[in-house]
Design a protein around this ligand. Structure first.
Ligand SMILES: Cc1ncc(COP(=O)(O)O)c(C=O)c1O
Length: 396
């Protein structure tokens, strides 16, 4: 049989078997998203699978901005900005991001995934080297492969490993180091001060993916530099507009020369249509709301403490997470599926993550806590996790 068809059939079989066993939790139809709650076929249940870390989805001011943009400009853009023209909204969004991230300029793309893909591929090529943390997001990995640069990886958050990689490459080669700020499966934070020091010492450019850290890290939610109390540590600041920011899209913030370069070289900017006006307007206002309503960041950080401490006190392994992304380690894939099923039966929406997305033996529930959760919600979730953990043997 054609090996392509073989691959398609195998995946279909796996999905079918998981469905038949009642252990398929993906692509759930959602009728409503409402703060800490979500309405599924089971009814209105507690949501621990949201990326809306600051609970900005449905914020009245943000929705009004999106609606006003549709009223003024319609639902779509009419092509790529470089040729078809750029709306003031796009420029204003980029200025807002640059100000928020304390850089000279910014560029927005149509998704976070595409931002990583196109930026890495625009910055490095055949004769360069790109060095990644082993747990970097798939979009960074795909960008590295697309770039055709020499692609090296170092063990997760291991600074000696990074230094060995930097020592091993040709000193004359162009070098780009790319890391996540918060790792999307483990919820831990990159050792930014040391990564930055090493990049400076070895003449490498540093790109950091802040998909999960904007609105989350730092006293006022400005991200990883604020978290560590350092400035100018990052050359290429990447983020998405689809998690804390309730829109869609991605951005790079950096110095003016970098952004001008990307606006003329990055293929997803030059050959792909602009963000729709409603999404650009929503994103712009969202950055403003983070600054206008600082209590949201405080609430999120309080909830992270409550949730993580509660899980640890009950004996769960949450790896090195110190953020709203909390891996609840279950071990074998089967245990993670069974835990998820028990949680769903207790009206909790939380998803299992299994191999190959995470290493075999480290299957987990990936629970996200947000600013929308109340103390009671968290207390309820902790009790449900504990009961489920005991039932499937994750807790003794
Ligand atoms: C670390 C990281 N980078 C990039 C992306 C891609 O962002 P988007 O979903 O906005 O395309 C994600 C999405 O899950 C992510 O977790």
């Amino acid at each position: 049989m054609n090996p392509i068809q073989n691959r398609i059939d195998q995946m279909n079989q796996k999905v079918h078997q998981t469905r038949e066993a009642g252990l398929y939790f993906y692509l759930q139809p959602l009728q409503e998203l409402d703060g800490a709650w979500v309405t599924t076929e089971r009814g209105r249940i507690l949501n621990f699978a949201s990326y809306s870390y600051l609970d900005l989805l449905g914020h009245a001011k943000i929705d009004a901005a999106a609606q006003a943009a549709i009223d003024r400009y319609g639902s779509g853009t009419h092509g790529v900005r470089i040729l078809a023209g750029t709306l003031p909204l796009h420029n204003e969004l980029e200025q807002t991001i640059a100000r928020f991230k304390k850089t000279e300029a910014a560029i927005v793309y149509s998704s976070g995934y595409v931002t990583n893909l196109t930026t890495v591929a625009a910055l490095v090529g055949r004769n360069d080297v790109v060095i990644c943390d082993k747990f970097n997001h798939a979009s960074i990995v795909d960008g590295c492969l697309l770039s055709q640069a020499k692609f090296l990886r170092f063990p997760h958050n291991d600074m000696d490993g990074l230094e060995r990689r930097l020592q091993q490459v040709d000193p004359e080669a162009g070098k780009l180091v790319v890391v996540d700020a918060i790792f999307s499966m483990d919820g831990d934070v990159i050792d930014l001060p040391e990564v930055s020091r090493l990049c400076r010492a070895y003449g490498a450019l540093l790109m950091v993916d802040e998909a999960h850290s904007v609105g989350v890290l730092g006293k006022t939610g400005h991200g990883i530099e604020e978290h560590f109390g350092i400035k100018d540590a990052i050359d290429v600041k990447m983020g998405t507009l689809s998690k804390t920011i309730p829109s869609v899209g991605g951005y790079i913030a950096g110095d003016q020369a970098l952004i001008t370069y990307l606006k003329h070289v990055a293929r997803a900017f030059v050959f792909s249509a602009a963000l729709p006006p409603a999404q650009a307007a929503a994103a712009k206002v969202s950055f403003e709301v983070i600054e206008e309503e600082p209590e949201r960041v405080r609430m999120l950080q309080r909830n992270v403490d409550l949730f993580l401490n509660g899980l640890k006190a009950r004996g769960f392994d949450t790896l090195y997470s110190e953020t709203p992304i909390v891996p609840i380690i279950c071990g074998e894939d089967e245990k993670a599926y069974r835990m998820a099923k028990l949680c769903h039966e207790e009206n909790m929406f939380v998803l299992p993550v299994v191999s190959p997305a995470v290493p075999a033996g480290l299957a987990r529930l990936r629970a996200n806590v947000t600013a929308a959760h109340s103390e009671q919600d968290i207390a309820y979730a902790l009790d449900v996790f504990e009961k489920a953990g005991q039932a499937v043997g994750v807790l003794q």
